[in-house]
Design a protein around this ligand. Structure first.
Ligand code: ARG
Length: 450
């Protein structure tokens, strides 16, 4: 059923239908009904509908709502979109009075409302899922205790750090991703209903009443903005894309860690896949797909930004494409968070000792603490490192004599500072790679989760 047959002499061409109809909005069914219920209540309150009319409409809408909930709702190929489908069903249920539902409303404000209701709810779900993944990371950080690994810059071993410190870096990143979703709620939580097709209505509608019924924090301030803008949808997808990027970085590391070359981690059989050809293989496909799917979510963000850039006010049918993009981004993130969380949780960590060279900066800082300028200390330790490396040895194996020869201010007992464990034990920067810092971080992150 179309909602606009009046001025047309011919029905829609099959090709028009195929090109313009997008059933991805069917998942908005429950939200569409909820919006219609609120709209009906408002129409009755302001006297546009009689008590009897609104009661009939609400009776029908309640039935549609039950059908939506139970999955019994029957779609017709002739429904142009979810809004048409609900109105068609309402006619079937309550007859002619169904024709009064769309009073003072347009699909332009209706679709914005539905999407905002949907996103407000999915936002809460994604926030919960991100927090679940953070909890997995905190659990793993606790499990690995004081295991020491190398931090890396340029994929070269850099300094000694607790493995927990490395894992918690992702907890901080993910909590910011969560906070971005939470902040985006302010922009999403605004009711557009009452904006109508573009300019509002000449009927005495009460948009604030609809907003209150639907528990929106605010109501539109400009009807043209309300029906034409999709920045909050794009912002939601940015939140998805940035979170996927965080997951992609974590995935990349999990893939490296699971390799023979790193040998840091083993993930559970249930969360890894085999090879059809090579019997020995155990592949980190979940992490690879999370990394790969990130590209498609970035594509969704690009689509949403590009969708808006050339559009004159107000509604243009182009905007229908927003739903595919945001649903795809949101669904992909939802599944990636869950799958990666499972994979990470199944992981056992057994990293090898870092190279004995990761304490080079520590040694330079020992000299600095004795008054030696940093540049001079860097030079001296660099010379020592070069000599050891040439002999296939590391700083951890340096002798007291070699230290003394490298710089007069180095003492025999400094050899004890040159193991990765000693390096971590000597670290003092708040938020740095020490076990004390890990303890503080765990406490703070727990607080932010609560
Ligand atoms: N399916 C449309 C969309 O998602 C609903 C709004 C249609 N409005 C219109 N004037 N054709 O954007």
């Amino acid at each position: 059923m179309t909602l606009w047959g009046g001025r047309f002499e011919e029905g829609p061409a099959e090709l028009l239908w195929r090109f313009t109809v997008d059933h991805s909005d069917r998942r908005l069914l429950a939200d569409d009904v909820r919006g219609s219920q609120a709209h009906t209540l408002m129409l009755a309150e302001v006297g546009i509908l009689s008590f009897e009319e609104s009661a009939e409409l609400l009776r029908g809408l309640d039935r549609v709502s039950v059908e939506a909930e139970s999955g019994e709702f029957v779609w017709s190929d002739d429904d142009e979109d979810v809004h048409s489908a609900v109105e068609r069903r309402l006619y079937e249920l309550v007859g002619e009075v169904a024709g009064k539902l769309h009073t003072g409303r347009s699909r332009n404000d209706q679709v914005c409302l539905d999407l905002r209701l949907y996103l407000r709810r999915s936002l809460d779900a994604r926030v919960g899922q991100i927090e679940d993944l953070v909890r997995v990371l905190l659990g793993k950080a606790e499990d690995v205790g004081d295991t020491v690994v190398a931090s890396y810059t340029h994929v070269q071993q850099a300094q000694a750090v607790p493995l927990a410190h490395h894992l918690l870096a992702y907890a901080w990143m993910l909590l910011r991703d969560r906070d971005r979703f939470v902040a985006a709620r302010d922009r999403i939580d605004v009711s557009p209903l009452g904006a109508g097709a573009s300019a509002g209505s000449n009927l005495p509608l009460d948009p604030a009443a609809v907003a209150a019924t639907l528990d929106f924090a605010g109501v539109f301030g400009n009807s043209m903005d309300a029906v034409a803008s999709r920045d909050s949808v794009a912002e939601y997808v940015f939140c998805c894309a940035q979170t996927m990027v965080t997951l992609s970085r974590l995935s990349e590391e999990m893939i490296l860690w699971a390799s023979e070359e790193y040998g840091w981690a083993t993930f559970g059989d249930a969360f890894t896949t085999g090879s059809s050809a090579m019997p020995q293989k155990k592949n980190p496909d979940i992490a690879e797909l999370a990394r790969g799917k990130t590209a498609t979510v970035i594509g969704d963000l690009t689509a949403l930004l590009t969708l808006q850039k050339g559009l004159p006010l107000t509604y243009n049918r182009d905007l229908q494409e927003d739903k595919r993009a945001v649903f795809h981004a949101d669904d992909t993130l939802a599944l990636a968070l869950a799958a990666l969380g499972g994979m990470l949780d199944s992981g056992r960590f057994h990293p090898p000792e870092p190279s004995g060279m990761v304490t080079a900066l520590d040694l330079a800082e020992i000299l600095v603490s004795r008054g030696v300028p940093f540049r001079e200390a860097h030079e001296a330790v660099g010379g020592l490192v070069a000599g050891l490396a040439a002999a296939g040895r590391t700083l951890a194996e340096a002798t007291a004599e070699e230290l003394g020869a490298a710089h007069e201010r180095l003492l025999p007992e400094d050899v004890e500072a040159l193991t990765p464990a000693a390096s971590v034990a000597a670290r003092v920067t708040p938020g740095g790679g020490s076990m004390e810092s890990v303890r503080v971080q765990l406490e703070e992150l727990r607080k932010r989760l609560a």
